[in-house]
Each structure stands twice: as structure tokens, then as C-alpha cells.
Design a protein around this ligand. Sequence first.
Ligand SMILES: *[C@@H]1O[C@H](CO)[C@@H](O)[C@H](O)[C@H]1NC(C)=O
Ligand SMILES: *[C@@H]1O[C@H](CO)[C@@H](O)[C@H](O)[C@H]1NC(C)=O
Length: 607
Amino acid sequence: MFSMRRYTIYLALAACVLFTLNYFRTEIKVASTAIPRIGSIIPTSGPKDDGKSSVEVVVPNGPFRWKDVPTRYPVTSFAAIPTAPPQKLPKVQFDFPIEETQAAATRKVRQAAVRAVFDKCWNAYRKHAWMNDELGPLSGGQKNGFGGWGANLVDNLDNLWIMGFKDQFEDAVKVAMEIDLSTATVDTINVFETTIRHLGGFLACYDLSEDKRCLTKAVEFGEMLYKAFDTPNRMPITRWKPQLSMQAQQVADETVLVAEIGSLTMEFTRLSLLTGDPKYYDAVDRITKEFAKQQTKTKLKGMWPVVVDARKQDFTQDSLFTLGAMSDSLYEYFPKMHALLGGIDPIYERMYNLSMAGAASHNLFRPMTPKNDNILVAGKSRSHHIDDPPDLEPEGQHLVCFAGGMFALGGKLFSNPAHVFIGRQLTDGCIWAYRAMPLGIMPEVFTMLPCPKPDACDWDEKLWADAVDRIDPRHEQRLPQGFTSITDSRYILRPEAIESIFVLYRITGDRGLLDTAWEMFQSITNVTTTPLANAALTDVTWSREELNKGRGIQMDSMESFWMAETLKYFWLIFGEVDVLSLDEWVFNTEAHPLKRRLPAEQGKLIV
Ligand SMILES: *[C@@H]1O[C@H](CO)[C@@H](O)[C@H](O)[C@H]1NC(C)=O
Ligand SMILES: *[C@@H]1O[C@H](CO)[C@@H](O)[C@H](O)[C@H]1NC(C)=O
């Protein structure tokens, strides 16, 4: 999910300020580095650097289409789209019994409350930021950090459909057709973000509604994104400059975040399946094969480091390993690709097994908590040599809360009950972190004290206090017991905790999770609600008393994943269990549901 959001963790404040300026369309227009309409650029000459390609970039008359931009490094042989008959995979969802009337009534009241929040946010977006990437929930301003291609609009087409906002859906699809890919508000496009939000959004829109216009637009985005793969080794440029790509040859970068190159698979594969054009699948299959080839050659066997070299196709050098920020969806997509394709390519199961074995042994830890909860947190490890034991950094992140759902789904699909249990413990770790905080909202990044042994984990207040002293000798932080530091105290309306709670609910049928979800929804909306919509928070370590005294913690930011993911998962968990059943659908990392390939007897659709 979102490198943009992943990066925010690491962005220095100064960079943030610059970045914010870039967010506004108007700023871009007056800036001296403004990009003219991409389509209006007539490249002066063909490639110069190595003389291997003779392609001249000529922009034809008529409306600009990315499809018409010539390829400099054409693919000579495409991997075939995987169309073998899908297998019958193990059932993912719990066999839910008939629900009691009272329980159903409570659930529906809760779902209506979620829908009302969505409705309010959508109306505010429509009124104040229509067709812009994001709404500023305090100012009513607009932000355009994703190209100015209506990120929030495209991200919510599927929600409008499933939540039954039919008129708004019609209206939104109509204007979405006007999104113009010959112009952009930023000069560098994040290929990953555009793939998961826009391409994923239009694909889900098509899979749900079968409205052909959504597929047409998905193809248009696909054609543009495919140009980022036009490099000598066909590895994509993950931070891609569309305008530059038409003027000069491009090569893949030497420093690439592993999530950004490794999680384009679901969207590109679905696009090939729906269009019959193999080029998209071929583009990502090359990357998957490279990852597979190098999986046991890294410094932590089974996993890949956060940073890889796409130019040399060397994915083994770096020493930081995590399921968290900047790596996350690489791993998340293995079981999901298996589900999407109907289990016909064993490569994803192998990659899942090996990487999760590495993560389970070296990344996960049981933290010490006052009540000795049997929970897990996914941390980070540094490893300098494949034969040395990695060093664990006991950090937790909100973002890595998706891992509970990943382990649980993988555990189901690959008949590995131990992984379903790990998924539950990881999810419980996130629930713990929500409940431990004064506002009932988990912070962005924190550290905890790992238990000496997973099964010897009695709370030791002195041990904890000593650890806090080491990190924060002057006790400047407000730390609930159990946390040893809170290194990023924001809450930016993230979805990952409710995402895993939703997946665990559908898998285990544990109704207690519905109450947990409701508690979380109330905590979040209680503090994030603004007159217009919902706002990210600067610091969730303050108490309600402080807030009541007038301390302001809201920021003028509402990332498009708030509505697209957070509210979607809240709405789904309180809905009927056969709506977007995990046995028929698989969610991309932006919560866009894509149809799984199913054997004929199991479902109507084989694509
Ligand atoms: C993956 O792990 C599961 C559960 O341990 C096992 O049954 C399966 O055979 C493994 N698959 C592969 C391809 O290694
Ligand atoms: C937030 O919670 C407090 C205390 O429970 C309650 O009084 C208040 O009305 C809530 N505010 C919102 C906006 O939900």
C-alpha cells in the first residue's frame, strides 16, 4: 500500500514542506519547473546514449495517447497469460451460521454509521475538491500529489458501487473518463502508487460493475504505466518522469524500494486477463522471476532487503529486512497472486513459504505487556551475512498491521493453520496497541521490549522502565506501559489494523472482532471528525482531557486511503459476510477487490 504513505514515515520535515507546496495544482502552474502538457512535447530527436535503438519518438496528430508513444526496447517474446483451468483452492471464509436477529440489527446500525461517514466525506470531496487527488479536510483545499488524476475519485468508484450510491457512481464514472493522462501536476510519477490506486481502482470498478468504461480507462493507465518498463532490461523505473521518458532513453534505477518494484503483479496480471493482451503480465512476470531466482541468495534467506538494484537486477545487497514500510506489499501479493490466478502457478506459494519462514523466525517478536498478552509485533531485522543471525529491531508500525491478514490468508490458502494463528497474534498486537493508547488510536511508529523468550514473558516493570530510561533518559515522551518509545506519534487515517481485523473475522468467524472494530471506529471518528470530513492526527499520545482543554491535533490531510480502504473495511466487516467473499474476491493493497479465477463449478466467472 502506498509508498507515499510509507515514505511519510521517513520524510524529513523540511522535505515535507517542499512537498506540500508541490501538492497544489496552482503552485505547479506558476512554478518555473512546470511541466507543459506531456502530449504537447515534440521530442527533438531519437535516443542518443547507446545508439542501440533506432526508434524516433513521434507524437502523432490528434489527441495524445500513451499507446502511440513508440517503444525503444521492445519485448521480443511475451510470457503467456496464465489461462490454465483454475484449481479449487481451500476455502478461506468461515462457515458462518445463521445470525441471531439482535446481532444482525446491531451490525446493521454500525454499518449505517460507517456509510454515513463515507457519504459525508464524499460530499465534501465533491463540493470542495472534485477531480483533485485529495481534499484538505480542515481547509477544504485541494491536493494533487498523485498527478492530479483524481486519486480520491478513482479510489472510491468501487465503494460507491458496493455501498449502493448508484447515482454518485454514475456521476463519478462519467467524470473519471475525463481524466487526462497527457498532463500531470508532478514531474515524477510514483508508478506503484498509480498502479494500486488508479489502475487497481478502475479494474475493481470493472470487475464489480462490468461497466466497459472502467476497463477502457484501466487500459489507458496501463498503457502509460507500461512505458515505465521501457528500459534495456525491462525493469521498471519506479519513480518515473513521463515527460523525460519521451525525450531520452531511460534505465532502471540502482536504488529501488522493494515494495515499489515487487507489488505491481496483481493489477498488471488482472489487466492482461481482462484484455487478453499478454504484455502487462509479461512485464511483471519478469520481475517475479528475478525475485524467485534470488530468494535464497540474500543476507536473510527467504526475504529481500528494503532496497534493491533494478539496473543490475541485483536484489541481494542491502541488509535491512522487514514486512513493514517499503517492503510490505511485495510479500502481501504472493498469497494474493495465488488466489487471483486460481493457484495455477506454484511460484507464488514457494515465494510465500520461504519468505514467511524467514519473517516468522527473524522479524516477529512477542513484546512484554503489563497483562502478558500473547501477541506478536512485526519488527525489522538487520543482517550482514547469510550465515550470521540477524539483529532484531523491536519496532512496530501501524502500516505493518496488514501482516496479520496476510498470514491468515496465506495460512488458509496453503493449508497452514500455524500461519492463521500467527495472523491472529499479529492482529491482536495491533488491537493491543490501539487499546493501550489514551485516545484508543495506535501511533504510526513505536518500539517495545521483546520478551526474553516467547514463552517466558512475565511483565517486569523494572526491565521496561530501564529500557525507557535508556531511550528517553529525560522522560519527555508520554509512554503507556509496554511502549519503550513512540518515534512517530501521528495517526494518518490508516487502514491496516481494521484490514486485518476484517480478514480475521471472515476467516475465523469470531464475532468478538465486530465489537473490537466498532470500538476502533468510534475512537477514530471521535477524534478525526472535522466539519467537512476526517483529518489525520499529529499526536495520538495526548489524553482526551488535553483535547478537551483545546489542544489541537488535527492536520489538514485526508489521504485517499481513508475512504478507499479504512472506511471500506469498516463497512465490509459490519456487512453481510457474502459481500465480497474472500472465496471469490481478492483485495489489492489499496483495498480494491479483484475477481479471483475460479473453477467452473465454483463460480460463474472464469476470466
Ligand atoms: C508450503 O507450505 C505448506 C504448509 O507448510 C506446505 O503444505 C506446502 O507443501 C508448501 N508448498 C511449497 C510449494 O513449498
Ligand atoms: C467523543 O467521545 C466523547 C467521550 O466519550 C464524547 O463525549 C464525544 O461526544 C465524542 N465526540 C464525537 C465527535 O464523537
